[in-house]
Design a protein around this ligand. Structure first.
Ligand code: TYD
Length: 138
C-alpha cells in the first residue's frame, strides 16, 4: 500500500436550516465491514496523536467536529489531508504510518476500524515500520 491508496470519500449530506445530516454505511461509503468505532475528543488545541501503523486494520476517519490533519506515510512519500468538514471521510488502508496533527480545540475524530482492538496489530516504532516496509512484511 502507498499513500496513493488513501482516499477522501465524500459522504452524503442532507442540508436543512434546522441542521445538516450525514451518514456512512459499511461496504458502501466505508469499503470494509466495521468491527469497531471509537472517537478521540478533549484533545488540547494543537496536539498530535497516533504515530503508528496497523498491520491489518483498515481505518476510516471523520472530523465530526472541528479540524485536524491526518499525515500518512508509506516510507517513500508523505501526504497530508486536512480534515475540517464532517461530510468527508478518509479511508486509510493497512500498512501505512499515520499521525493526526493540529487538532483544533473541541475537535472530535470519529474512527471506524476493520478489526477488533489488538495491540499486536500496531507498529508503534517508526524505525520498525521502515524495516517492515523494506522487507515487504507490512
Ligand atoms: P491508541 O490507538 O494508541 O491511540 P493514539 O494512537 O491516538 O494515541 O489508543 C490509546 C489506548 O486506548 C491504547 O493503548 C489502548 C486503548 N484502545 C482500546 O482499548 N481500544 C481501541 O479500540 C483503541 C483505539 C484504543
Amino acid at each position: 500500500m502507498t499513500v496513493e491508496d488513501v482516499k477522501i470519500i465524500h459522504l452524503p449530506k442532507f442540508t436543512n436550516p434546522k441542521g445538516n445530516l450525514s451518514f456512512v454505511e459499511q461496504l458502501n461509503h466505508i469499503p470494509f465491514e466495521i468491527k469497531r468505532t471509537y472517537w478521540i475528543y478533549d484533545v488540547p488545541g494543537g496536539e498530535s496523536r497516533g504515530g503508528h501503523a496497523f498491520k491489518n486494520n483498515e481505518e476510516f476517519i471523520v472530523a465530526l467536529s472541528g479540524a485536524f490533519d491526518v499525515v500518512v506515510d508509506d516510507s517513500q512519500q508523505q501526504k497530508r489531508f486536512v480534515m475540517n468538514r464532517s461530510y468527508y471521510g478518509l479511508y486509510i488502508p493497512s500498512g501505512l504510518w499515520r499521525e493526526i496533527e493540529n487538532f483544533s480545540t473541541n475537535s472530535v475524530a470519529l474512527e471506524f476500524g476493520s478489526i477488533h482492538y489488538q495491540e499486536d496489530d500496531y507498529v508503534r516504532d517508526y524505525e520498525e515500520f521502515l524495516r517492515l516496509k523494506e522487507d515487504h512484511l507490512i
